[in-house]
Design a protein around this ligand. Structure first.
Ligand code: NAG
Ligand code: NAG
Length: 566
């Protein structure tokens, strides 16, 4: 964009580009005019200042004087103590380096310890039991300990292993050996390279997980072995992001496709299914072709199906299918738990990520703590051009207004502290949000007089990155392009993953309407615990998030009609 502007604009494509920019400018002028009018009208209905929502709060720091002093970082990472009798956390949490080049996150953000300074002694002690002087933090995220995810896991694992064994025989062309077998069937989720000239990328983490988890759901129903693959550079191999706690879903797309396309015997047939960017009706036409009684076994008959998808249909199947909800219930899967139970069965964050997650997760689940996740997606600009980031608390105050109302409605007597956990694509907003811990004036202004006394603000210190930067670059003028290398993208993709998992572990959530926050809602296995704020600020500001009807409205069924569906 900088050099050689004078020699430019003489090719047709550049002229087209200029024409497009001109049209865009015209459109934007119109848009800002419309915005001015809307804002003028809105200011008649809604006050500009957040003080309206909380009244003229008098600053009262009485309770904060009782806060235990937060020790300054002594620089000694092992200054915590853990014996049979005593457990005291160090002055800064750290995560030890993971093995052989595996991802290692930074030590958890200081706001975690700041929040812990206010919990009950019992809660502090129970949190401290998960800390370890050598390992940094516990690395186990419990799964299905009390049967909350049903009873299908072992049976599926056996099926999967049998299918992989059958695959080896197919590769060896040992067809005779199948005379006593059922026909081995497979389905894979495939994310290809970022296409150069189309808008058919795999999408961000939520899009991909929607496609991946729904494809497994289909596999479980149809007794297919489930496989998954991300193109190596888009942005990193799936195997670097996730461990495989139960089944090995690694496969080679070229090899599978060529084996099953060979057409030389009845056991081998290949079919591609593409539901990328389908809307609600379009996806319904594909998955429920014959209506609500659709038998998934009859949808596609090839022995190997390769799926490309950024869309989900699990909640929808529970809501509309006349065939599967009963069948799933016998497996222990419901509309509420299916997404989370499948996601955690297939994909486990790597060890460093798990330790980082647990340092927050254990805080969010303390008895004396009411934890509320707030996810503010500003726009792709803040990520694409962070140097121009102009986001701040004032601009997004209505998210905190909603969280404050939500907290007031949900706070039970045993909740002595409220923890707000912010996930956002703006570094600037994240920093300002965390500053509220140490700035009572800011707290009173944005958290209101009641919440500000008892609320801690917690954030991560992970780098923020869009997981498909090349795709974003197609519609945003990126001033400083992101270099898509494995070194650069591994921390970025892990950040998106960790923050999303953390959002799912808070008690409640206030989210932006796009797919990312919704995925955390589904992953939480807790319906009616998330409020998805309307995209239009005017409408978002008008919501009373203390009203149970609001919470009831944004349930899983409603969420499953939005964006990447559900
Ligand atoms: C999973 O399967 C792939 C492909 O067959 C193989 O290369 C890999 O070693 C397996 N991984 C594990 C952990 O067994
Ligand atoms: C799948 O169904 C189509 C259409 O009904 C049929 O033409 C094709 O032969 C079938 N393929 C297999 C492998 O059964």
């Amino acid at each position: 964009m900088v050099a050689g502007t004078s020699q430019r604009a003489n090719t047709t494509s550049e002229l087209n580009g200029l024409l497009f920019k001109y049209k865009l400018a015209k459109f934007l002028t119109f848009l800002s005019l419309a915005a001015v009018i809307t804002m003028t009208l809105a200011s008649l209905v809604f006050p500009e200042n957040v003080q309206y929502f909380f009244g003229e709060a008098k600053r009262s720091d009485k309770n904060h004087e009782d806060r235990p002093p937060i020790e300054k970082n002594s620089g000694n990472k092992n200054d915590g103590i853990k014996t049979d009798k005593q457990c005291r956390l160090p002055t800064s949490l750290f995560i030890p380096k993971s093995n052989d080049g595996q991802y290692t996150p930074p030590g958890p953000h200081a706001s975690v310890l700041k929040a812990l300074a206010f919990v009950t002694k019992d809660d502090y002690d129970s949190y401290c039991q998960h800390w370890d002087p050598a390992k940094g933090f516990d690395d186990v995220i419990p799964y299905n300990v009390h049967g909350e995810c049903g009873n299908w896991q072992k049976k599926y694992q056996e099926l999967h292993e049998r299918r992989l064994e059958q695959l080896e025989r197919l590769k060896a062309d040992d067809i005779e050996s199948f005379s006593h077998d059922d026909i081995p069937v497979y389905v894979s989720y495939l994310c290809k390279e970022v296409p150069a000239n189309s808008n058919r990328g795999c999408g961000g983490l939520a899009d991909r997980m929607s496609g991946m988890i729904s494809t497994f759901f289909y596999a479980l129903i149809t007794n297919r072995a489930y496989l998954a693959h991300w193109a190596d550079e888009n942005p990193i191999p799936l195997e670097i992001l996730f461990e495989q706690p139960n089944v090995n879903w690694t496969y080679n797309p070229k090899e599978m496709k060529s084996l099953f396309s060979s057409n030389n015997n009845e056991l081998l047939s290949f079919q591609q299914v593409d539901t990328l960017n389908q809307n609600y009706d379009g996806l319904g036409g594909i998955m429920f072709r014959d209506g609500v009684s659709q038998d998934f076994d009859e949808l596609w008959n090839a022995s190997y199906i390769e799926v490309r998808s950024n869309r989900a249909y699990i909640v929808r199947t529970f809501d509309h299918s006349t065939r599967y909800p009963e069948e799933m219930k016998t497996l222990g899967l419901t509309k509420e738990n299916a997404f989370g139970c499948i996601a955690d069965y297939l994909f486990r964050p790597t060890i460093g990520a798990r330790r980082y997650i647990n340092a927050y997760r254990e805080l969010f689940s303390l008895k004396s703590v009411l934890s509320i996740g707030i996810q503010i997606r500003t726009n792709d600009q803040a990520l694409a051009n962070p140097q121009n980031d102009d986001n701040n608390l004032e601009k997004w105050f209505y998210y905190f207004k909603c969280a404050n109302e939500f907290a007031a409605a949900k706070k039970a007597p045993h909740h002595q502290r409220i923890v707000y956990f912010l996930v956002t694509d703006s570094h600037k907003l994240r920093d300002e949000f965390e500053k509220m811990n140490d700035d009572a004036t800011l707290r009173t202004k944005y958290l209101g007089p009641v919440s500000s006394e008892i609320t801690s603000t917690v954030v991560t210190n992970l780098p923020l990155e869009h997981i498909e930067p090349d795709q974003v670059a197609k519609y945003i003028d990126v001033e400083i392009p992101v270099e898509v290398s494995r070194e650069r993208m591994t921390p970025g993709v892990n950040s998106a993953l960790i923050e999303n998992w953390l959002l799912s572990y808070t008690d409640f959530r206030v989210i932006s309407p796009q797919g990312y926050g919704k995925m955390a809602a589904f992953h939480s296995r807790s319906d009616r615990s998330t409020i998805s704020l309307p995209r239009l600020p005017v409408r978002a500001k008008a919501l009373n998030c203390a009203d149970p009807k609001v919470l009831g409205f944004y349930d899983f069924s409603w969420l499953s009609h939005q964006w990447s569906l559900g």
